[in-house]
Design a protein. Sequence first.
Lengths: 331, 345
Amino acid sequence: MNNELIQKLVEAYGPSGFEEQIRELIRPEVEPYADDVRVDPMGNLIVHKKGDGSGLKVMVAAHMDEIGVMVSHITKEGFLRFTNIGGVYPHTLMGNRVQFANGTVGLIYSERLEAREKVHSLEKHYIDVGASSREDVPVEVGDAAGFRRTFLAQGAMLSAKSMDDRIGCAVAIETLQRLERTPHDVYFVFSVQEEVGTRGAQAAANALEADVGIALDVTRTGDTPEAQPMSVSLGEGPAIKVKDSGMIAHTGLVRAMKKRAEAEGIPYQLEVLERGTTDARSIQIAGAGAAAGTISIPCRYVHSQSETVHAEDVENSVRLLVALLAEPLEI
Amino acid sequence: MNEILQQLTEASGVAGDEKEVRLLIRDLIEGHVDEWQVDTMGNLLAVKRGSGASEMRVLVDAHMDEVGLIVTEIDSDGTLKFLPVGGISPRTLLGKVVKVGRKGLTGVIGARPIHLLKASQRDSIVKTESMRIDIGAKKKEDATKKVKVGDKATFATRYEENGATAMGKAFDDRAGCAVLIELLRGEPYPFDLHAAFTVQEEVGLRGATVAAYATKPDVALVLECTPAYDLPNERDVSPNVMLGQGPAVYVMDRVTIQDPRLVRHIMRTAEKNEIPFQIRQPGGGGTNTAVIQRATTGIPAATIATPARYVHAPTGMINLDDFNNVIRLADATLRTLDASLFERT
């Protein structure tokens, strides 16, 4: 898979609710390969690849949005107070940088620490944009910012501020490009507002009424020093989700994923995630329901500015999804 | 005196029991709408036909229900145990006069006088579970003749005005209902205006969920009342919104990121018409916009609110200039709504 596309996607601006720039990046990548491309009322980019009529209706979802912050107050001195968009952890903030839609960059710091081992809550942090008064600040209350971090590719290690879930978007794009023929009517949905509660996928799933829903998203790993135990490791293949806190994957779909992986010699891991969920949750319970599951790309340091995946896991996720979609699905 | 606000805020409409408010609104909009119906959950859905110039389907929502109390048990001594319906802090309850049941029986939430309080009790907060509504009954048998378990109770607050300041209960969201009534009473819009006076917002946005599905609009505007937190503060931290500074425009709350295109349209409309407005502090809270936005295949939706101090309590306070500016802003926003605002390439 090509790192250029990944770099473009992960460095771009797109906090939940403000995904336009990501949508504009993805559109030219998918248009030549799709039968139809449209944008729905919430902003989901829906890319249709027709099947031969013998298969199922499949919705593949990867979310365009990333976590971020929103300005809630500007002080007289020109510092910005902010609230979170999605799961932003205070211990990842100090010294980090954010970028606004208009290009303004801000530095995050916190009020004086009473004890060094204790981190302040979000409310005691602020953004410094280099202004000296309220009038001087080039953004306003209600403006959203994403984090800012350049892409790092070091051997197989790929690290960025928004692997969650631009790497899922990259896998979806690559899958569409490699998928020559499919029996299925496949709708690749590049969804909005996942990080604030899988909101975009809910509306898209209502519209599509798919038989099968597959989310492409990252999942955490348990392979780092003193990590919370979890039997997913970096570099050992895509994780086929069995359960997370929002969804129990369709057992037939899980079986089909395992079978295809084994038939193609693709390494895989099974995933049980105790906290967190994906767009598959919304797809599963939309309308009359769908058989839903998730192919997860193992990722260290999720919701930090150094979300890290393994290049081979990414490649194998594409292979697994292509293999799954190229054949009839028996679920 | 704003009679519509007076009638609406003095009516009783605890979530799940909105009938009194619904009947009142029906009378107030009669002759100004072309059709109306009440759905299974109790939402009042009305249509005001437009001039036909636009084919958009536009939904405007305001919720009829308010937070209040529900009787859970009648004690042997004739007093009434109760629980809150929706978010009410126990700090606001002691000593307040309430109206119980559909007949509006007067009661008081008993408070032990200071003479009888131990020193340790003076600064402590009494839990709702240990409070009782006293209707003056001598024993259980007397009380059961007048009250049933499940009866709702509201605060017995009269509406009053003091210059541009209005005080009363349930501005959340009778202020929104009053704005929507004024819109229905005005000139027709280019499109059919679908008005939804919804139920059960305070207990989880329940009425609007089905109203959105029934209407399937192209765009939706939610009219709300949002807490003002603008009292003196030592630090330069964020006020929520301020009384008298104009309509509050939502950008993001706990459950919704408002449609940025509609938010922009609202702000530009305000600027063009020189209507003051303030951006509500992003963060907590939530409105019917959440469920409308994600209903059916997704609906562009946003919220305009009248700021109010002391919401979810016996007496709140709004500024009538703010209220009138919400009417102006909502009206101007709707009159200039165009499908091209929502076109995407």
